[in-house]
Design a protein around this ligand. Sequence first.
Ligand code: FES
Length: 162
Amino acid sequence: MNLKPETFSKIDEVITHYPVKRSAVLPLLHLIQEDAGYISQEAIEWVAAKLELQPINVYEVVTFYPMFRQKPIGRRHIKVCRTLSCAIMGGYKVCERFEHEFNTHRGEISPDGEVTVEFVECLASCGTAPVAMIDDELHTNLDAAKVKQLADQIRAEAKQRQ
Ligand code: FES
C-alpha cells in the first residue's frame, strides 16, 4: 500500500497500544485516511491482514462511520462548517462560492483535480462564523471576498507546483 513511511511507523506504534490487535481498527483507518485522503479497497484488505480480521469486518467499520471516505479527494480539502452558528452566518453560501470558484459539486474532485469541497459539522470556532478548514488551516469570518482570495491562493499554489 502506498503510504508515507511515517504513517507505517505510526500504524505499528498504535497497534502496540491495544492488548487486542483488532481494537486498533479505527485509529488505523484514521491514519490511512489522513495520509491517503480516503480508504481504498486495498487499504481495507491491508488493515484486515494487519489486524488478523476478515476484510468484511473492516469494510463494515468503514461504511458505518460517515467520516470515512471511500473515494479519493482533490489535492486540497475544503471543509465548510454547516452547524448552527455558521449556517446562520452564511456557511451554505460560503460552500456554494467555493463550489462555484472551482466549478465543482460537494464531495467531488474539481475538474482541475485541485480541491474537494465538503460540509462538516462544528469546527469549534462558532464565534468567528462562518468558518472553513482548508487542509489543516482554519479560515474565519468568511465572506465572498475572502472565499475568492482563498481560491486565488489555492490556484496560485497549484501553478507554482507545475
Ligand atoms: S458552528 Fe461552525 S464552528 Fe461551530
